[in-house]
Design a binder for this molecule. Structure first.
Ligand SMILES: *[C@@H]1O[C@H](CO)[C@@H](O)[C@H](O)[C@H]1NC(C)=O
Ligand SMILES: *[C@@H]1O[C@H](CO)[C@@H](O)[C@H](O)[C@H]1NC(C)=O
Length: 338
């Protein structure tokens, strides 16, 4: 078992955690009667039968006693694991995430994809593969839980739209991009599945995935020409080049010049029928787009004291495109009721 607490600042540093130790306990069947042993790296976790406490990363775990789903679909796990989850504190939600093998920090606040999000106690369904990496987490309160609310379209902080923003050049960056996960996006509404065929999710709304710039720090300065420039920490998607004018657009433009890429907009679509939801559950379907991201420092002219303005660790991300021309990424069912 390896703890990845350093990757989870948002969710782990909450004081409420100390008083509300959430438990995820694994079971064999949907009535949550027979407990399952959990092994991590070939060892029984903590010697406690199947206890899986909240707010931790667990690497390489297996469930030797779990029933086979008989499904070898790419997005569906091969074993059934049910989780008995206790009642969260008011305003709090417990989450089970599948750790991503890719990077994620450039665009997302979550180190993996949600597969469960729980605000009521109960027995919750998942289908997992052996040797999976899972993270248990939680959030409390509206602001904290906002990052986990993937049903709500994410509104990105905007850099100031200023046609007088200076142009920038990119320096000191690694020419090889890293593959990163973007924010997981709900592509269907939550659906109750009583029995097939209502258990199929079809993507009706197309959601766009596009070129993005992100910064971990905020900056503000006055240019030599006396123009006030401000950049917020966060992600900005660079949409519609015709109307874009501002520092993030200029940064994106210089990244495109460096990397030989162009402004990209693509839609999330599923050509085939979406994954089936498990009977007796409530779930929505979500997509996590993948990006190629470059990180480097941007030099954006001089400030009014004549000093060079350098923005450190700027991320520039381009959507990866699948062979069908759609956004590359992973679809997952996210269960919100057992
Ligand atoms: C994962 O666990 C299995 C036992 O289930 C072990 O054989 C394997 O070496 C582990 N993998 C890693 C990367 O530690
Ligand atoms: C994406 O979908 C929107 C709305 O349906 C459409 O206007 C746009 O042309 C699509 N973009 C691409 C690249 O297919």
């Amino acid at each position: 078992m390896t703890s990845r607490t350093h990757l989870l600042p948002l969710f782990l540093l909450l004081p409420t955690f100390a008083s509300a130790q959430p438990g995820f306990v694994a079971y064999k069947e949907k009535t949550c009667n027979e407990r399952l042993d959990i092994w991590s790296d070939g060892q029984l976790i903590d010697g406690e039968r199947g206890d899986f406490n909240g707010g931790h990363g667990y690497n390489n775990i297996t469930f030797p006693g779990a029933q086979a789903t008989g499904d070898w679909d790419k997005d569906t796990g091969t074993q059934f694991v049910y989780w008995k989850i206790e009642q969260p504190d008011p305003t709090c939600q417990f989450m089970l995430l599948k750790d991503t093998p890719r990077g994620w920090e450039a665009l997302s606040q979550l180190p993996g994809d949600e597969i469960l999000r729980v605000s009521e106690e109960g027995c919750y369904y998942t289908a997992v593969n052996p040797n999976i990496d899972l993270i248990t987490s939680y959030c409390c309160g509206r602001d904290d839980c906002a990052a986990a609310e993937i049903e709500v379209q994410y509104s990105s902080p905007k850099g100031s739209s200023n046609p007088k923003a200076p142009s920038c050049t990119i320096k000191s960056y690694d020419a090889t991009p890293t593959v990163e996960d973007g924010v997981q996006i709900a592509v269907t509404r939550p659906q109750t599945c009583e029995a097939p065929p209502t258990c199929t999710h079809s993507i009706t709304q197309s959601k766009m995935v596009g070129t993005a710039v992100s910064h971990f720090q905020s900056y503000s300065w006055t240019t030599e020409e006396g123009v006030d420039i401000k950049i917020d920490a966060g992600v900005e998607f660079i949409v519609d080049s015709k109307f874009s004018a501002g520092i993030n657009f200029n940064i994106a433009q210089s990244w495109m010049d460096e990397t030989g890429t162009t402004l990209t907009e693509t839609n999330i679509t599923a050509s085939s029928e979406a994954e089936r939801q498990q009977v007796g559950t409530v779930a929505f379907y979500a997509f996590t787009p993948q990006y190629d991201c470059w990180k480097g420092d941007a030099s954006c002219g001089k400030d009014n004291s004549g000093n060079e303005v350098v923005l450190k660790d700027v991320n520039f991300c381009q959507p990866r495109i699948s062979s069908t021309g759609d956004s590359a990424g992973v679809f997952r069912m996210v269960y919100i009721s057992g």
